[in-house]
Design a protein around this ligand. Sequence first.
Ligand code: HEC
Length: 138
Amino acid sequence: MRRVSAALVVVALGAVPALAADPARDAIVAAYAAQAKQQDAGFSGFSAARGEALYRLRHTVNPEIASCSTCHTDDPTKPGRHAKTGRVIEPVAVSANPKRFVEADKVEERFMRDCKSIFGRVCTATEKGDYLTFLINR
Ligand code: HEC
């Protein structure tokens, strides 16, 4: 009897999808963590607060697109708008858009492109992980 009820509890828990959890996204974050450790011996985990600062920080490399929030909006749970083309960009906060950050190639390609246009350089693995951690928890 006891055994049966324990099994039922397990089944019930398994049936409830964890909102933000996604194995593909977890794997992307884990890969950046491994890279960050290689790049920096003092790496001690990603920070949503640092990710948010990165998201909002204004740069002067390209005045038309001064920050990530220029296109992805101040409130990442809202749809953004491409500063140059005017095209709508789906929200980047995972709570508002569960399909975010699940394709490693797309994520890496966009980091490459967007970091270069806004910061004038590529982002480090720590910056990428911080950015994802901010938006996964938003
Ligand atoms: C000029 C407008 C623009 C700016 C500024 C911008 N992005 Fe993007 N970003 C896009 C577009 C367009 C996409 C692709 C469309 C989509 O994913 O909805 C995208 C997608 C992404 C993705 C992939 C999302 C996914 O679901 O896989 C990442 C990561 C990203 N951007 C990071 C950044 C970072 C970091 C910054 C600031 C350094 C930034 N972006 C600034 C336009 C921009």
